[in-house]
Write a protein that binds this ligand. Structure first.
Ligand SMILES: Nc1ncnc2c1ncn2[C@@H]1O[C@H](COP(=O)(O)OP(=O)(O)OP(=O)(O)O)[C@@H](O)[C@H]1O
Ligand SMILES: [Mg+2]
Length: 325
């Protein structure tokens, strides 16, 4: 794709999404704003149900039929993906300019094709290999980069013959190596056990740094986010609450919700402190700032209007009328 305009690489603006269900309208996203600049690794963090997956599915327009995007735009390389034709999206964007590392490495590879065939197909799409090229060197190089041992003998294997960690290495190889414009990783390590998770994160970070790849990294795990991300966007109940450099947000959170989230992390002494109150139903979300019913700092106007984004420090944005000092 040819870059147009002066937007950042990815700019999600005022994105609102709802799901039509038997129980009513689920207001999953309300005017969400976030961006990913060239070479940035942006973490999208939030508790379960806060709208992380809905946001990334909106970017690729792979939402279920019950979903409706009611407002907003998603600019990628200057083009609005929400108004692009399906044909152009498939030809240029999905799996090409934007790739996805899925949460579940078990169900996301095609079980009926060998791993070699699947990687060759991806490289072919991206113009990496000549379709007639029988040379497997480039593919074994790819496998070597994600540290799959004896790559040549692996090419004839089927996905089920690999372990979960190896399958996720393969997914990463398919998503990262032919140099996409943007990689979206939706909780790519949550299905793996802790030691494998650490290895995969190290591998992922290494490849991203080496290649200067831009990433939108979804996770509910603040520890994982702090290891990988350069900037963090915090979501709560379908609203973006805070957007700050990673090295700042963990030390000096500006939003009362982010502070609660950080304080609810398990402590070395084993104590866990819950955020008082309950995550709201998005069938009837709170008005104004959706965190206000649980917020110790809330004042009447928090229920009336949603706070605008204010910059409390260079590059540190908070949606709160009373940001923390
Ligand atoms: N197909 C659907 N139909 C109805 N509601 C949905 C659907 N998919 C998601 N939702 C609702 O939209 C909201 C956001 O869900 P989403 O899956 O985006 O959250 P998430 O942050 O990715 O959570 P998790 O950490 O559990 O993956 C939730 O309230 C969820 O119940
Ligand atoms: Mg999700």
């Amino acid at each position: 794709m040819v870059r147009e305009g002066k937007h950042p690489l990815l700019a999600v603006e005022e994105l609102s999404v709802q799901f039509l269900t038997d129980r009513g309208v689920v207001r999953a996203l309300e005017k969400v704003n976030l961006s990913v600049g060239e070479g940035e690794v942006v973490g999208l963090i939030g508790e379960s149900g806060s709208g992380k997956t809905t946001t990334v599915r909106s970017v690729l327009r792979i939402l279920p039929p019950s979903a409706e995007i009611t407002e907003g735009s998603v600019h990628f390389m200057g083009r609005d993906l929400l108004t692009m034709s399906e044909k152009e999206l498939n030809a240029k964007v999905r799996g090409r300019a934007i790739t996805l590392v899925p949460q579940d490495p078990f169900n996301s590879m095609n079980p009926v094709f060998t791993v070699g065939t699947q990687i060759r197909d991806i490289l072919k799409w991206k113009g990496g290999v000549d379709p007639e090229d029988k040379d497997t060197e480039r593919i074994t190089d790819v496998l070597r980069e994600v540290q799959i041992p004896s790559p040549l003998s692996q090419l004839r294997k089927y996905p089920h013959q690999f372990s979960g960690g190896q399958r996720q290495r393969l997914m990463i190889s398919m998503a990262l190596l032919p140099h996409p414009g943007l990689v979206i990783a939706d909780e790519p390590t949550t299905a793996l056990d802790v030691t494998v998770e650490a290895q995969i994160l190290r591998l992922f970070r290494g490849l991203v740094e080496e290649r200067g790849i831009s990433v939108l990294f979804i996770t509910h795990d603040l520890g994982v986010a702090s290891q990988i991300c350069t900037r963090i966007v915090v979501m709560y109940a379908g609203q973006d609450m805070e957007d700050a450099p990673a090295e700042r947000i963990f030390v000096l959170p500006g939003h009362p919700y982010t502070r609660e989230l950080l304080e609810s992390l398990p402590r070395p002494d084993g104590n866990i402190r819950d955020i008082p109150g309950e995550v709201p139903s998005l069938l009837h979300p709170p008005s104004g700032c959706r965190f206000h019913p649980r917020c110790s700092m809330a004042e009447p106007r928090c229920a009336r209007e949603r706070p605008p984004k204010v910059e409390i420090h260079a590059g540190h944005w908070v949606r709160c009328f009373r940001p923390l000092e």
